[in-house]
Unconditional design. Structure first.
Length: 270
């Protein structure tokens, strides 16, 4: 059996979480990540028949039964993942119609997965229904995206339109736009269901006055999506309240999207 600490998925998780903490996106124990793994990825490192313990999930997701996830732990700091992955991370297999998760590795101090694990599973199910290659759900609190929430209307169309105007690459990176939710209590099935519904249309969902949920085919893709949204929000915040002498206009956004051959939300343009 190979050493799981040398596995590519643990190594990448350690690198990504360290960078997210360094960038100020995941202060203290804020934020969480879950990664869908294949049994063929897990089996070289773990005896998949050995279940350490079973943890209730508090929801049902029969379509995820039997699937494996690498997930960050509740109360764990991203800055500690690289130094102590076996305590801060866990690998679970969804069982019993999604009502329980079988712990195969990790959470060595007796802990469990993030309190937002149900929201993650709902979003994974939603994304897989429209993109079978989806593997990652990433939640963080990027500073400028959060700041933008306080000075900009919180609706899908206007929030997307503003972000698209801030950076040339935005309409190419997230041509479907971003979904936006009002403030809701976190860690609940209600916010999970609302996020999952948005995830059927968008890979990025803003949680009002809270943070950002992003999906991707890989950790790198999800991280890059956060980066792009956050850069656009930063430019908006830095220029807010100042006369806008120049901007990327709607005909230019259309030309850009069409030049790169992306399918974009044309109804989000004037």
């Amino acid at each position: 059996m190979n050493d799981i600490l040398n596995s590519p998925f643990i190594s990448e998780m350690a690198e990504i979480t360290s960078n997210m903490y360094r960038l100020g996106w995941n202060e203290r124990n804020g934020g969480n990540i879950s990664v869908l793994l294949g049994e063929d990825e897990v089996a070289p490192y773990l005896d998949v028949t050995r279940v350490l313990r079973t943890i209730p999930t508090g929801f049902e997701a029969p379509e995820l039964t039997g699937k494996y996830f690498l997930v960050t732990g509740t109360g764990k700091y991203f800055r500690r993942v690289a130094a102590d992955p076996e305590n801060t991370l866990g690998i679970v297999r969804v069982a019993d119609g999604g009502r329980t998760a079988e712990l195969l590795w990790g959470f060595s101090d007796g802990g469990k997965f993030t309190s937002e694990f149900p929201a993650h599973m709902m979003s994974h199910a939603a994304r897989l229904s429209v993109d079978s290659d989806n593997r990652v759900i990433m939640h963080c609190h990027p500073t400028y995206t959060l700041a933008m929430n306080y000075i900009h209307p919180l609706d899908d169309r206007s929030f997307t339109h503003t972000l698209w105007q801030m950076c040339t690459e935005c309409i190419v990176v997230f041509p479907e736009g971003v979904g936006v939710l009002p403030w809701m209590v976190c860690g609940t099935n209600e916010i999970g269901l609302a996020t999952a519904e948005k995830m059927k249309e968008y890979r990025a969902v803003v949680w009002g006055m809270h943070g950002l949920y992003c999906a991707g085919k890989s950790m790198e893709e999800a991280f890059g999506l956060v980066e792009t949204v956050e850069k656009a929000a930063q430019i908006f915040v830095l220029t807010a309240g100042k006369p806008r002498v120049n901007t990327i206009r709607d005909p230019e956004l259309r030309a850009l999207a069409e030049s790169f051959g992306v399918s974009y939300r044309a109804d989000f343009l004037d």
